[in-house]
Design a protein around this ligand. Sequence first.
Ligand code: ARG
Length: 255
Amino acid sequence: MNRRIIFTLVVLALGAALAQVRTFDQIKSAGEVRIGTEGAFPPFNYFNEKNQLTGFEIDLGNAIAKKLALKPVWITQAFDSLLIQLNQGRFDFVIASHGITEERAKAVDFTNPHYCTGGVIVSKKGGPKTAKDLAGKVVGVQIGTTYMEAAQKIPGVKQVRTYQKDPDALQDLLAGRLDAWITDRFVAKEAIKERKLESTLQLGELVFQERVAMAVAKGNKSVLDALNKALADLMKDGTYAQISKKWFGEDVRCK
Ligand code: ARG
């Protein structure tokens, strides 16, 4: 065999070894579903003080697995690597507060949204509250998020600083290294409450709104359909409402 053919065969074999995206039937016969998330985005997905993975999306993911009669196996990875690993078959689906965007929808398939929300400006009292106020300011965002995209589009922003984890941006805001932090409005509310920052921080305007959904590997229709069915059932039978009330005191489904 010439070298070119050998090279081609090696590439094909590697590809096959990596491509382990499972159909719903394959997951069913395995009996467990692998769910990818991040684990640093309270109250959606995070590790609590006992180092247990918890949050609204963990409860919801577990409820979905239960509906499908599957054992959930959680895998946590850096946020900006989740969709890539999803397409490599590392998990069967991802639930990590991904807003549905055109660009992401080219790479993966989204389920129906599991909540609706928006990106909000957070600053110290007296700091910027509107997109306009951000002119000349330093803004912190988690890397690879819709907040990053939004911040980069605001005219006049002096600098957009990116962080591997969202709570690191909050740290820098508190330390005075940022003028503002753009994050999810529920994340901001929870951080202020949890860390008793009511007298230090303020919530400004919503910069954009988004529909947040689970994702499956591109073209994985059987898993997509199963997830949509399970989510619809949970929304109908009261389970979703109960989980949502537990975490937010309100029903966060898209209206
Ligand atoms: N909703 C935002 C987005 O779509 C942020 C998601 C961040 N999720 C996380 N697990 N840190 O990009």
